[in-house]
Design a protein around this ligand. Structure first.
Ligand code: PSU
Ligand code: MN
Length: 304
């Protein structure tokens, strides 16, 4: 095992996979506690793990429990995070040392999950959506710490693009500045989470897990550092009508501004509000796209 440190704890399944050199896919825990309502969040977490196993890899859901950096959770631990929901601390890069030193629990965002995955020697990570540059960021400066993490930490993240709660054009500009390659999988257009279309051309297109694995190896060999984003479009049959989802997003953002919500509460508030406004349809799409990303991530991990 690479880069073992005294704060890491591995589940028996992940430990065995590491010893045998099996492909491993990291998963985040903020999507469970802050991204979906209970009990669908736990059912989804369990199904995502199983999808990774069905595609030949081992899942490693990452979280912080009593100050320990956990790589792989038991079903009881998944239930605990799902049930406690937003009462669990949402942990990004800045929060990690505080939670660890105080022996507290934390749900890891994309940024924090990348950091811990890298400490554990895991190179591939599957999630739903990444953080990005929020609409109105030219005034609020609300730019997710996820984006800077991609410039620092070498992990390949498979997502379904970024939600239109963000400013997708500014998000792409920021990633370009930070030197982060973004691939649209088997399409030319950047997918927009709930729908396959954003109207934005992706910087790169990739058509296979082999191609992505080869690019990853080249990036590592060249010592370029930092992560890679694979944007995998939601399967056609689960994709939502753009006008409908965008109307819900606009309403959620207007409501949020009225309430004066900001900082780390922004993203969880919007995700919850959109799910309520679409009567659960967006949640179903969200679940389907995460499963789709898990399968692709497992295939990429196998190629590595
Ligand atoms: N986007 C989603 N679903 C999510 C998140 C983002 O579509 O669950 C979560 C991820 O954990 C991501 C975090 O890392 O929100 C970003 O939060 P912020 O915008 O506060 O950086
Ligand atoms: Mn933010």
């Amino acid at each position: 095992m690479k880069n073992m440190n005294e704060y890491l704890s591995f589940s028996p399944e992940v430990r065995e996979a590491m010893e045998k050199g099996k492909p491993i896919v990291a998963l985040e825990s903020t999507i469970i506690s802050h991204g979906m309502p209970y009990p669908k969040n736990v059912e989804t977490a369990v199904a995502v793990e199983q999808t990774i196993r069905d595609n030949g890899a081992v899942p490693a859901t990452i979280a912080i429990i009593k100050g320990r950096l956990m790589v792989g959770l038991t079903p009881e631990e998944l239930e605990y995070f799902g049930k406690k929901g937003t009462a669990i601390a949402k942990v990004s890069r800045r929060d990690i040392p505080v939670i660890v030193a105080r022996g507290e629990d934390g749900a890891t965002t994309v940024a924090a999950t990348m950091i811990i995955a890298h400490m554990a020697g895991i190179q591939v990570f599957a999630t739903g959506g990444i953080g990005g540059v929020h609409r109105g960021a030219e005034k609020t400066m609300d730019i997710s710490a996820d984006l800077d993490e991609f410039s620092k930490t070498p992990v390949m993240v498979v997502c379904a693009g970024a939600k239109a709660i963000l400013d997708l054009n500014l998000t792409m500009e920021y990633l370009e500045t930070k030197g982060v390659p973004v691939f649209a999988y088997q399409t030319d257009e950047l997918p927009a989470f709930y729908s396959r279309k954003s109207g934005i051309k992706a910087p790169f297109r990739s058509d296979s897990a082999q191609d992505l694995a080869a690019i990853w190896k080249a990036r590592t060999a060249l010592g370029l550092g930092g992560g890679v984003i694979v944007a995998n479009p939601i399967p056609e049959q689960y994709s939502m009508d753009s006008d409908r989802i965008n109307a819900a997003i606009d309403e959620a953002i207007a409501e949020m501004n009225k309430l004066g919500i900001h900082g780390k509460e922004t993203t969880p508030y919007l995700l919850d509000k959109i799910q309520k406004l679409t009567g659960g349809d967006s949640l179903e799409s969200n679940i389907r796209l995460v499963l789709n990303n898990a399968a692709l991530a497992a295939r990429i991990a196998e190629q590595l």
